[in-house]
Ligand binder design. Structure first.
Ligand code: ASP
Length: 290
């Protein structure tokens, strides 16, 4: 059994894992680890798909989505949240301090401000420049391609054998105002069942929502599929449903079992994920369907 262990999507997962590892390696709770971990790319202006520095929507608003889930099945989520650098921490407060699971838009902002979060401008000069460039050629048409998105999803198993997960994103660059993908949707962008395992997703959220991706991955693990196999079967579900479309988009799943076994699978080559244990600190390539 490998524990503690933390996994996260993409190469910005490595510095995020480091922050999570500080919590896990000192006997801390997986929930605290995943929150601390994903706060790293949220605050990094050079990560253009998460938090501060995330690309705005087509109207120039940086709107953020995040969710978190603990070992007891509690969860919290925010979507379309503006002006707050750490949506994951707001999602955790929704989970812990309200009777609800999800707050969106102005209501999420109001709750964040009441909870003591600072209102900030999240549109960096670089993001504004990229948006102005996009405006020149886009004709205000939102596009989905393999480049204009990427989310940090993080899943962890702590010393006590408990699982938790967190997922946070600015979503698709230059999306329609109000667009929400899979990342803040429990069961789609993230799912944790402390008896079985945890999964998180990245890529075109619309396709992940349509198959309730991460819940599917965890249910496949319940049926005794390995984490990699469960991720592969979820990817194949997308291909079966939309063989043509699946060639042009990216979706990746990452999963961790209760025993610390892990795996990933994606549609296109190019999805990588970071793993951190006491003996391993690596960036690995997910196997791909195409
Ligand atoms: N899943 C995210 C979304 O659709 C984007 C990504 O992870 O690439 O908002």
């Amino acid at each position: 059994m490998t524990k503690p262990i933390v996994l996260s999507t993409w190469n910005f997962g490595q510095p995020a894992n480091e922050a999570a590892w500080k919590v896990l390696s000192t006997g801390g709770r997986a929930l605290d680890a995943v929150e601390a971990g994903v706060r790293v790319p949220e605050a990094d202006p050079n990560v253009t798909t998460v938090g501060y520095g995330g690309r705005p929507d087509r109207d120039g608003h940086v709107t953020l989505d995040a969710c978190i889930m603990d070992e007891q099945g509690n969860c919290g989520s925010v979507a379309g949240l503006e002006h707050i650098m750490h949506p994951i921490s707001v999602a955790r407060k929704v989970m812990e301090n309200t009777p609800h699971v999800m707050l969106v838009g102005d209501g999420a902002l109001q709750f964040a401000l009441e909870s003591g979060f600072k209102k900030e401008n999240l549109l960096t000069p670089e993001s504004e420049k990229a948006w102005r460039e996009w405006q020149k050629t886009s004709q205000y048409k939102p596009v989905i391609n393999v480049e204009n998105h990427d989310t940090i999803g993080m899943i962890a198993l702590d010393q006590n054998g408990n699982l938790s997960g967190a997922c946070t994103t600015s979503g698709l660059a230059f999306k329609m105002h109000g667009r929400v993908g899979d990342s803040p949707i429990i069961g789609a962008g993230l799912y944790v069942d402390n008896a079985i395992g945890a999964a998180t997703a990245t890529g075109v959220g619309e396709e992940v929502v349509k198959i309730v991706g991460c819940h599917l991955v965890v249910e496949l693990m319940r049926q005794k599929h390995s984490p990699e196999d469960a991720c592969r079967l979820a990817v194949e579900r997308i291909v079966e449903r939309q063989p043509k479309k699946s060639r042009d988009i990216q979706v990746g799943f990452l999963a961790l079992s209760k025993s610390g076994e892990y795996g990933a699978y994606c549609l296109q080559k190019g999805f990588n994920y970071a793993v951190r244990t006491a003996s391993r600190n690596a960036l690995l390539d997910g196997k791909s369907h195409y």
